[in-house]
Design a protein around this ligand. Structure first.
Ligand SMILES: Cc1ncc(COP(=O)(O)O)c(C=O)c1O
Length: 408
């Protein structure tokens, strides 16, 4: 392994299996795809990850793929690599009579099939077993060469440490790129989920029980069934934080979907698998600049009325807020203020809003806005301060009082 220059050629088992099956019934062992992963892994351990090319890309654009490969391997590219003479070669392996029939007829690369062959469904389990191995290698294929729709290179992450995190999906912890929900999940089909955003400070999850109260309230308001217990959700949160070693400066996006459906369709009667829990914990510094403040713009998009999608439910139907955020982006503001249907200030697209006027803290009634936990905490501090003032002096200093009024 240490000698020579290596590269790995992969092909999607979805395409291998139907043609393999025409010669002999395939087995996982004979596909050799697990061996390819272990060879890749061994070369990585030796400090020289091999270039990986995909057969589909090679057929589609042989010149680009081969010249890129030669560059990666440090060998000269030659245009003769694109053509050969028909017929058997003396360096063919002993397996050639079974596998090289069409290769021997060819004199160059031909375009891959536009549409796949109908899959032999007797091999469905084998496909499921081999695809993850193919996908592990596929991730290492150079993205710019030969793909039908050139994909963008991986963008830099705001916090690079988040590239390698473990995410809880359903009932397990998965690496970032494998952390996915089913296309049958309600959150994919209808944004049918509820969520919470939680911060971790000094080894503690800020107001965890209050967030879980609201998560359960939202799930109840949306008539979810088979909701996991509070203890089970807490356990998933703590397992995720422990596994990631996140005890400070972290943020959790906690999502509870109505779960997978037995078939596509709106009715929750199709949701027979129970809810799906996602605990997405990331390293995240505070989002807003607390020392200089932020610029806001008033959006034309209004908060949802309790008559339609009640803004008091913390649901995943976020289009309303996203449209307002787009308006904020266009105005080069950090966020947007959203009004209710009558034009009263409601909240920003992402947070509750407060105003201090003549020493009095004002905030909108939670009619068209989320009954925020930060909002409730500010209210609690107000009561504590008032009580403190009362115990210190008979005369209450109203400058620290707070009234819960609408902001006009
Ligand atoms: C629209 C909206 N308002 C307010 C909040 C703030 O809520 P909390 O203080 O409970 O985190 C959020 C947070 O998710 C939100 O999305």
């Amino acid at each position: 392994m240490k000698k020579g220059k290596h590269f790995i050629l992969i092909r999607n088992p979805l395409n291998i299996l139907p043609s393999f099956d025409k010669v002999v019934p395939p087995s996982f062992f004979e596909l050799g795809i697990a061996e390819l992963v272990s060879i890749y892994s061994e070369l990585c351990e030796l400090g020289s990850p091999p270039p990986v090319i995909d057969a589909d890309d090679l057929q589609r654009d042989p010149e680009a793929v081969l010249s890129g490969l030669c560059e990666d391997l440090g060998i000269p590219y030659q245009p003769q690599m694109l053509q050969w003479e028909a017929g058997p070669k003396d360096f063919d392996g002993i397996w050639a009579p079974w596998w090289y029939r069409s290769v021997h007829k060819s004199t160059g690369f031909s375009m891959p099939r536009r549409y796949p062959l109908t899959f032999p469904f007797a091999l469905y389990d084998l496909l499921e077993q081999s695809l993850p191995f193919y996908n592990v290698l596929k991730r290492h294929v150079s993205k710019t060469i030969g793909s039908p729709q050139p994909t963008l290179p991986d963008p830099p992450l705001p916090v690079p440490e988040n590239k390698k995190i473990l995410v809880w999906v359903g009932d397990e912890l998965l690496p970032r790129d494998s952390a996915k929900v089913s296309v049958f999940d309600s959150v994919v089909q209808g944004g049918d989920a509820v969520w919470e955003g939680l911060r971790i400070y000094d080894g503690k999850v800020f107001k965890l029980d209050e967030h879980l109260d609201r998560l359960f309230d939202s799930a109840k308001a949306m008539a979810f069934s088979n909701v996991p217990s509070r203890d089970w959700i807490k356990d998933a949160i703590f397992r995720t934080l422990n596994a990631n070693g996140m005890f400070n400066n972290a943020h959790i996006r906690l999502t509870l979907t109505r779960g997978k459906k037995v078939t596509s369709g709106m009715s929750p009667a199709f949701n027979l698998y129970g809810c799906t829990l996602i605990v997405l914990a990331e390293w995240k510094p505070p989002v807003y600049d607390n020392s200089h403040g932020i610029k806001l713009v008033t959006a034309t998009t209004r908060r949802n009325s309790p008559n339609s999608i009640d803004s008091k439910i913390h649901h995943n139907n976020l289009i309303n807020n996203i449209l307002a955020k787009i308006e904020g982006n266009l105005a080069q503001a950090e966020d947007a203020i959203m009004l209710d249907k009558d034009g009263f200030v409601s909240e920003t697209n992402a947070t509750n809003i407060f105003m201090v006027k003549k020493g009095i803290v004002l905030t909108p009634h939670a009619e068209y806005c989320l009954p925020g936990i930060t909002r409730a905490t500010v209210s609690l501090i107000r009561f504590q301060l008032e009580n403190y003032q009362q115990s210190q002096s008979k005369k209450l200093d109203t400058s620290i009082g707070m009234t819960w009024k609408r902001i006009y």
